[in-house]
Write a protein that binds this ligand. Structure first.
Ligand code: UT7
Length: 324
């Protein structure tokens, strides 16, 4: 079977920057509390014209250009999202059409914050098995539409954005086998507060926003995910000292720090901290964080990065990739 790699990444950050000061009034909080507990200073909220579809197309166009791949050469488009509010058809088909990649195969996956790393694993396996030559993987969220601005547990965390990566064949291994899994016994930790059925039987229908059991998720992620990250390094057959970067899902700066400590990452490993300015964008957070590190020169093409993402389900995935 052939090897695979990420050929290019691209992102879209919504125009509107929202500082903590805009959030705190409605949730009886403070800028200091939010920064200390989560590391978030500002986040981006999408406007009406910045949709899951349009943000994905914008991010993908950049990824395709950087990869040097035309839309015509994309065989499959995988969109990881939980915030496209039309359940069917898949938004991936619309994005594929907008990009000029029709008749590429196109489908959405629902793996929440783990979605991008799930998509990367699927794409890599498709290319390895020659089911496809180039696969476009998109992680995109407009979480502001499904977040209650008065909910103390989520209003300051969630945000919007899109990231895309082109996965294609390679001479050298550029995407390691994935370590992934789920734990449905914790299904209630992060979920919509109600189903659409419930909404329609209410006298005053209320939007089915997201609910997060913050502290249990925090403890699960801080302790369990470092083990998964270690397994991914083992599967890739590399030690932490051979890593150049650690790019975890941007859930909370303290979770990132806890995992970095647990992995005993040397100072030479650059750590993604995109959450400070971008908030938690679920499926979009890993490619957004990778792209920022490339932009800022914290990582360069050819570097090796450990990715790990985790969230609702609970679902998780980790792999080692070569930076495009
Ligand atoms: O992407 C996956 C999805 N979500 C996550 O990954 C979220 C993971 N969880 C977290 O990031 C953290 O649990 C939070 C940042 C949400 C909360 O941090 P924490 O350290 O787990 O705080 P806590 O829930 O244990 O609450 C500590 C205190 C409590 O007060 P007392 O009981 O100590 O007096 C809360 O009432 O902070 C209080 N509190 C707040 N204070 C100001 C809770 N929410 C807020 C708030 N502002 N928004």
């Amino acid at each position: 079977m052939r090897h695979t790699r990420i050929r290019g990444v691209g992102t879209y950050r919504p125009r509107r920057v929202v500082p903590n000061s805009e959030i705190v009034g409605r949730i009886d909080s403070t800028d200091e509390w939010i920064q200390t507990r989560s590391g978030i200073k500002t986040r981006r909220f999408a406007g009406d014209d910045e949709t899951v579809q349009s943000m994905s197309v914008a991010a993908s166009q950049v990824a395709l250009e950087r990869a040097g791949v035309s839309a015509y050469d994309i065989d499959c488009v995988i969109v990881a999202t939980v915030s496209h509010l039309m359940q069917t058809p898949a938004v991936a088909t619309l994005i594929t059409e907008d990009l000029g990649a029709t008749p590429a195969a196109a489908f959405d996956i629902s793996a929440a914050c783990a979605g991008f790393c799930y998509g990367l694993a699927l794409a890599s396996d498709m290319v390895r098995c020659e089911t496809a030559t180039n696969v476009l993987v998109i992680g995109v969220e407009k979480l502001s539409e499904i977040t209650d601005p008065e909910d103390r547990g989520t209003a300051f965390i969630f945000a919007d954005g899109a990231g895309a990566a082109v996965v294609g064949p390679s001479q050298q291994p550029g995407i390691s086998p994935v370590v992934w899994g789920s734990d449905g016994s914790k299904y209630d930790y992060i979920r919509q507060i109600k189903s659409w059925d419930d909404v329609f039987t209410e006298d005053k229908p209320q939007w089915p926003n997201l609910h997060v059991a913050g502290n249990p998720v925090f403890r699960w992620a801080s302790f369990e995910m470092a083990k998964v990250a270690k397994q991914a390094l083992d599967l890739a057959e590399i030690g932490v000292e051979e890593l150049d970067a650690f790019i975890p899902h941007q859930a909370n700066m303290r979770i990132t720090d806890a995992m970095a400590r647990s992995l005993k990452l040397p100072d030479t490993v650059a750590i993604a901290r995109d959450i400070a300015d971008q908030g938690n964008t679920s499926a979009a957070s890993v490619p957004l964080a990778m792209d920022r590190m490339l932009d800022e020169g914290a990582i360069k093409s050819g570097d090796r990065a450990l990715l790990i993402a985790f969230g609702a389900g609970l679902a998780y995935a980790a792999q080692v990739v070569t930076i495009p």
